[in-house]
Design a binder for this molecule. Structure first.
Ligand SMILES: Cc1ncc(COP(=O)(O)O)c(C=O)c1O
Length: 517
């Protein structure tokens, strides 16, 4: 039974209730979070503006709100943000026993924690109580912060609260699975994805219905004309696309895709995992046809290490469907024989929620907005350019994607050397103090295409030691990385490459892995 039918039953039952029962019902509902308990500390304010004037306003408001907080809140900029990231300048012990500050270029996987995020979570835990369930002042405070942060998330991506809701999820994978579970109604439904997708935005659809794909071109960019063609030829229900690739960093023109999808009667679902900490994102396009219907992202890629993330999606559509998970928090009334469900967002949040994750996400949004996405984007572009220029000077390098026109790339660069093995290279880089990632980055079909590995070839590596399967080395930048780190990394690469080459040349078991990808 779908949610609508449940609601009809609920309404019929309610109409049959006596007046006193109705009053009791209203009273119980009203007391769950009393308005008197609304705390002045609640963070329901609109997201921090990039203008210094409004930053100052919110600063002074915050200072007057909390008598205990005497230190003025610092302002965060692209130039000073590094000092607010935990551990990035702490030396760690390398395998040879020496100590070194790592060059951390693995930010596409996860980002280090922002100190203001940790501070805010610590402070909000002083008034932590159960969310939406308890009868206590602390429970009321926590519930209000939890609910008000939804508004902050909606503001962050320019989503009209009249049309969109914010559902908290564990991470992008969780959110996309929840959407797939809710929205797919039949094995025959058709979902159009691209060959650029992370497995998180491919496998949940593949598992549930017919999933077709638009190809990428030889540089790895989505072929929009093919998307359009596939939309014309198939009755597509959902177009699912990543906003930015975790392999090449390409930014998708999601509003163009939205227009195509809508013209063909489909809805668009965007994987925002690699965009939200790198570029400003808006659910609104230039016209209503260009609006995005669903966006999903993770907080741990936004400098908040407590897990969590969000689906921002059309409330009306979510209300028509049912969730993947059932349990407490998603119902109005349960009887022996019937259940009446709440609407979105609660409908999709069964079980006790992740409060630190929500507080962390809200604070990370504040900090990122204060630093400013124009600044973040310009900074990343400078790092990408410096990295690519430096790599090009090293013998036998292969850089994936377009290394000349980089304007549509976020801070990700993937590469190989044709004279050594990528897993050996990444291991030696790690040993001498540089954090990267190596492999196919949970986007196998895309990586195989970029490397020229056919499906049949890829299958021959099934069950192989991961280090002996084809792969690339990936560097990915965060807001705190510096040009000096890029220069240091390039020196480390030269050293690691030499070590990896020596190891490769002396290890016959690696000889059958092709190097000329
Ligand atoms: C493009 C993209 N989508 C989805 C995901 C999955 O994110 P999570 O692991 O936070 O669920 C990732 C993770 O790296 C990603 O890069």
């Amino acid at each position: 039974m779908n949610n609508k039918m449940h609601k009809i039953i609920c309404t019929t039952l309610c109409l049959g209730m006596t007046l006193s029962a109705f009053a009791a019902c209203a009273k119980t509902e009203g007391s769950a979070v009393s308005s008197e308990a609304a705390s002045s500390e609640v963070t329901g304010a609109p997201a921090v503006s990039e203008s210094s004037e409004s930053a100052e306003t919110s600063e002074s408001a915050e200072t007057s709100e909390s008598s205990q907080q005497t230190d003025a809140k610092p302002s965060y900029t692209i130039d000073n943000i590094r000092q607010y990231l935990v551990g990035v300048d702490e030396p760690v012990e390398l395998p040879d026993g020496s100590k070194k500050v790592l060059v951390n270029f693995d930010n596409a996987a996860t980002t280090p924690a922002l100190k203001p995020v940790m501070d805010e979570v610590d402070s909000k835990l002083e008034t932590y109580g159960s969310i939406g369930r308890g009868y206590s002042v602390k429970s009321n405070i926590s519930t209000e912060i939890y609910d008000d942060t939804r508004q902050k998330v909606l503001n962050f991506v320019n989503a009209d609260p009249e049309r969109y809701t914010c559902v908290y999820v564990n991470n992008t994978t969780d959110g996309l699975n929840k959407l797939a579970s809710a929205l797919v109604e039949s094995k025959k439904d058709i979902v159009l994805a691209t060959r650029m997708e992370h497995h998180a935005n491919d496998l949940p659809w593949r598992e549930r219905c017919k999933t077709i794909y638009a190809e990428v071109d030889e540089k790895g960019r989505i072929i929009y004309e093919e998307l359009e063609k596939k939309l014309s030829k198939n009755k597509v229900k959902y177009v699912v696309v990543t906003a930015a690739s975790n392999v090449t960093g390409y930014v998708t023109d999601v509003h163009r895709v939205a227009k195509m999808a809508h013209e063909h009667g489909a809805l668009i679902i965007v994987d925002g995992a690699q965009i939200v900490a790198h570029r400003a994102f808006s659910m609104l396009g230039a016209t209503p046809e260009e609006n995005i219907d669903f966006l999903v992202f993770s907080a741990h890629k936004m400098y908040s290490p407590y897990g969590g993330g969000a689906i921002v999606g059309l409330t009306e559509v979510l209300d028509k469907h049912m969730p993947e998970f059932y349990g407490g928090g998603i119902v109005d009334i349960v009887t022996d024989n019937d259940v009446s469900f709440k609407e979105a967002p609660e409908l999709y949040e069964a079980g006790s929620p992740n409060y630190p994750g929500v507080v962390g996400l809200g604070t990370a949004i504040d900090v990122l907005q204060e630093v400013g996405f124009d600044n973040i984007s310009a900074h990343e572009q400078a790092l990408v350019k410096r990295m690519i220029d430096g790599l090009k000077k090293i013998d036998n390098v292969v850089i994936y994607g377009d290394s000349d026109n980089i304007s549509d790339r976020v801070g990700v660069v993937t590469f190989n050397f044709t004279d050594t093995n990528s897993s050996m290279l990444a291991r030696h880089l790690s040993n001498i103090g540089a954090a990267t990632r190596r492999g196919a980055f949970c986007a196998h079909p895309y990586v195989w295409r970029l490397m020229g590995v056919t499906d049949d070839e890829a299958k021959t590596y099934e069950g192989c030691d991961a280090a002996k399967t084809p792969g690339m080395v990936r560097v990915s930048f965060g807001i705190y990385n510096t040009e000096a780190e890029v220069d240091e990394f390039l020196e480390l690469v030269k050293k690691a490459k030499q070590l990896a080459k020596e190891e490769y040349d002396s290890d016959e078991t690696y000889m059958d892995i092709p190097l000329d990808f």
